[in-house]
Design a protein around this ligand. Structure first.
Ligand code: HEM
Length: 141
């Protein structure tokens, strides 16, 4: 997935440690969540590899690095029974995470990217899995 069309990545604002902390803090919460946790546990086979993948993704978005190799859209489209509520919960946990990290630049930047991509993933999910239904927007964008 390409970078979002706003908020230029800026490697002088955040370090790789900031990115790793974002990813690990988010997943510590998401894995414990009653609605999202079981989905991650069912579909993430190798957590070390997933952390590397997610750190590379957020490093690309926030710092402009180019290590990320992936295909988020087809991977999410393939997950069974995703809903608007699950995406909204994902965003809620993500925003709690960035608030806790106490870095206002990172909070604003990462939240904007997460909202944008969540909306795109959910739209792509609906178009692919429910082509005959009118797509619905996320309430928390
Ligand atoms: C309901 C919300 C979500 C759920 C349940 C979810 C779940 C998952 C799962 C299970 C995987 C691993 C898939 C696999 O390796 O086969 C994954 C990968 C990933 N997710 Fe999500 N996700 C959600 C929302 C998001 C959002 C909003 C973003 C970005 C802001 C995101 C970014 C990614 C990325 C970058 C990957 C790696 C894709 C790849 O390896 O190509 N996810 N997600």
């Amino acid at each position: 997935m390409n970078q979002t069309p706003f908020s230029m990545p800026n490697p002088s604002l955040y370090t790789e440690e900031d990115v790793a902390q974002l990813v690990h803090t988010f997943y510590a919460k998401a894995r414990k969540d009653p609605s999202l946790g079981p989905i991650f546990e069912a579909h993430v086979i190798d957590w070390d590899a997933h952390f590397v993948q997610m750190t590379n993704f957020w490093s690309a978005q926030l710092r402009g690095t180019s290590r990320f190799r992936g295909a988020p859209m087809p991977k999410h489209i393939a997950l069974p029974e995703l809903t608007a509520e699950l995406f909204e919960r994902w965003l809620q946990i993500f925003r709690q995470t960035t608030e806790e990290l106490g870095n206002p630049n990172l909070q604003q930047h990462a939240n904007a990217i997460a909202s944008f991509i969540a909306g795109r993933l959910w739209q792509g999910y609906q178009i692919s899995n429910y082509p005959d239904k009118q797509p619905i927007a996320l309430r928390t964008l």
